[in-house]
Design a protein around this ligand. Structure first.
Ligand SMILES: C[S@@+](CC[C@H](N)C(=O)[O-])C[C@H]1O[C@@H](n2cnc3c(N)ncnc32)[C@H](O)[C@@H]1O
Length: 205
């Protein structure tokens, strides 16, 4: 058990740090050498849906610090492209584009990397502001942008998995997914914090 100095920390900061360090998955990720506990969400979803395939071209949006790409790279996936507004440390078989996915120039760069896109993963979450409505609005607008990009650029039968938050625009995300994709699923992985409004939409073109 890690103990924290009580000085200079607000009660909520202390609770957050305590919860974070006491979280088994954080410790498990560290033990296994993964960059983030987020790895377990992707692993869990794929264990259920078996949609990841080593021969496919995969895009990992909002990749930093990189545990999803790291997991795929370790499993022997070779055609991986990661994108984030933050740098990630290099990974074998992972190309990286530094930039904002919502920027049209970045989208063009992504499209130049692969002739065909088979799978789009997005774990993008905007920086939080403390205003829950605004936070879900910002992340969910990007999620809609990801779904739109996926509907236009995925190969037929390609898959998209994208994070969103219960809150503003969540109904629009579900409607969009139902309208333009099939095999729609809304997933709350067990490895996602229970008190978080985080969800994933999964769909096939
Ligand atoms: C929850 S983290 C992703 C964790 C990652 N899946 C992993 O396994 O390490 C969310 C990421 O979304 C990125 N992000 C937020 N807005 C973005 C945008 N517009 N374009 C690209 N990345 C963005 C953040 O910088 C952050 O690294």
């Amino acid at each position: 058990m890690i103990k924290f100095k009580k000085k200079n920390l607000s009660g909520s900061s202390k609770r957050w740090i305590q919860r974070h360090y006491n979280d088994d998955l954080v410790n498990k990720a560290k033990k296994l050498g993964y960059r983030s506990r987020a790895i377990f969400k992707l692993e869990e979803i794929n264990n259920k849906l078996s949609f990841l395939n080593k021969n496919k071209n995969i895009i990992d949006l909002g990749a930093a610090p990189g545990s999803w790409s790291q997991y795929l790279s370790k499993q022997g996936f070779k055609n991986l492209l990661a994108i984030d507004i933050l740098e990630i440390n290099k990974l074998p078989n992972v190309k990286f584009i530094l930039g904002d996915f919502t920027n049209e120039d970045i989208k063009k760069k992504i499209l130049q990397e692969f002739e065909e896109i088979d799978i789009i993963l997005s774990d993008i979450a905007s920086n939080t502001t403390g205003n829950k409505k605004l936070d879900s609005f910002k992340t969910n607008s990007i999620c809609l942008d990801v779904l739109d990009f996926a509907s236009n650029n995925l190969v037929n039968s390609g898959y998209v998995l994208a994070k969103y938050f219960n809150g503003e625009l969540d109904k629009e995300i579900i409607e969009f997914s139902r309208k333009y994709f099939r095999k729609n699923k809304i997933i709350k992985p067990r490895s996602s914090r229970k008190d978080s409004k985080e969800m994933y939409v999964f769909a096939q073109k």
